[in-house]
Design a protein around this ligand. Structure first.
Ligand code: SF4
Length: 377
């Protein structure tokens, strides 16, 4: 397959690894933003092949992982209503809400199991459906005018255009039975929060190529300048990541900062302007809570007032549903690069992919799931 096989060749990987080994003179900590990148790094063993001076930490770029627990509870509350068809991408269906979670210590293992999720709502008779696109949910709303169709709109800038398109199209069609439960988050404010924290250890970033495909990378330039860090826009195949790491380490060793683009086959500095315009038409920037991290100012999207009729929280009155995190889960520290998944005392004990305690163990992009599945214990 073009653009896949050629980015997985072992001989080329060895060349990059040799070049990195020659470059490194001291210890560096580098964060990949995206959970998809985390999985490639761990699955392909890149983390183990790098020189010991390089520490990889895993960022907050897994949308499922940073969606607040209360949003999951709100989704469950809406999905239980008999008039609702609740739609979502597959990952969100298995994320446990707070119901059934216990808050015992690790020594009372097992007590939390049985946490409620959207799939269990489906098992109990709720109409919960997995879709591949928010536009599929719009089609469902057209097909079932007597039902309320809700789409769980989570994610970063990558999924925002599709969700904006769904809302825009629903309005054009005059649909009154379609809405979204929205929890969009933005990458640049999270980078600010990580770099500005007093205990920050991140010295360079691999930025997520797909986010930059939509937004470009001009927004990262002031961040790189303010904190004097290299940021390399990077793709998702093993050779993409090795090249991104090589570029970041080279910049670190040479004392350079700024933004570089490894993912030139997909990303331009300006990004996709049509998608940006559509997002700006439907959404506006707002403060957003990030799971485990807390509220980051101006770090998310909400529907503009003109599109408020499509806001599921408003339509179903679930805005006051709150939730309490289990104290066992240290996902927030992992997503800020302060700890590694196996440093969580619940990792592989109370928390496994079969019985996840926190979102990073559920999601296919979660760092905890990657460490568990590929034996980083
Ligand atoms: S292993 Fe990860 S998801 Fe599980 S409790 Fe620990 S930090 Fe949370």
């Amino acid at each position: 397959m073009r653009f896949v096989d050629e980015y997985r060749r072992e001989a080329d990987a060895r060349k990059f690894l040799t070049a990195i080994e020659r470059l490194v003179t001291r210890e560096w900590t580098i964060m990949e933003i995206c959970g998809g990148q985390t999985h490639t790094l761990i699955k392909s063993g890149i983390d183990r092949m790098l020189p010991p001076q390089i520490t990889l930490v895993h960022g907050p770029g897994c949308p499922v992982c940073v969606t607040p627990l209360e949003l999951v509870d709100r989704a469950i509350a809406i999905a239980r209503r008999p008039e609702v068809i609740f739609t979502s991408f597959g990952d969100m269906l298995r994320v446990p809400g707070s119901a059934g979670q216990a808050f015992e210590t690790a020594s009372t293992s097992g007590a939390w199991r049985g946490a409620q999720d959207l799939l269990s709502v489906k098992a109990q008779g709720g109409d919960v459906r997995m879709v591949y696109s928010p536009l599929d949910a719009v089609k469902l709303a057209q097909k079932h005018p007597d039902r309320q169709v809700v789409f769980f709109a989570v994610g970063f800038e990558t999924t925002a255009p599709g969700n904006a398109m769904a809302v825009w199209q629903a309005r054009q069609m005059g649909l009154t039975n379609f809405s979204i439960l929205c929890s969009h988050v933005l990458v640049p404010p999270a980078m600010h929060a990580i770099l500005g924290a007093p205990d920050n250890r991140v010295q360079a970033f691999l930025a997520a190529g797909h986010v930059c495909t939509v937004m470009g990378y001009w927004q990262y330039e002031p961040i790189a300048a303010q904190y004097r860090v290299p940021i390399v826009v990077t793709g998702f195949e093993p050779l993409d990541l090795l090249q991104g790491l090589y570029m970041a380490i080279k910049a670190l060793e040479e004392g350079r900062y700024g933004v570089e683009n490894q993912y030139i086959r997909a990303v331009t500095r300006a990004g996709n302007r049509a998608a940006q315009q559509l997002v700006a038409e439907v959404f506006e920037v707002c403060d957003r809570p990030w799971r485990g991290i807390g509220v980051i100012p101006a770090s998310g999207y909400r529907l503009r007032a003109e599109y408020a009729a499509f806001d599921a929280e408003r339509r179903f009155g679930v805005g006051d549903v709150t939730a309490q995190e289990s104290p066992l889960c240290i996902a927030g520290q992992i997503l800020q690069g302060l700890k590694k998944p196996h440093e969580c005392r619940a990792f592989g004990r109370e928390c496994t992919p079969e019985h996840p305690l926190g979102a990073p163990m559920v999601s296919s992009e979660g760092a905890c799931a990657a460490y568990f599945n590929y034996g980083r214990t």
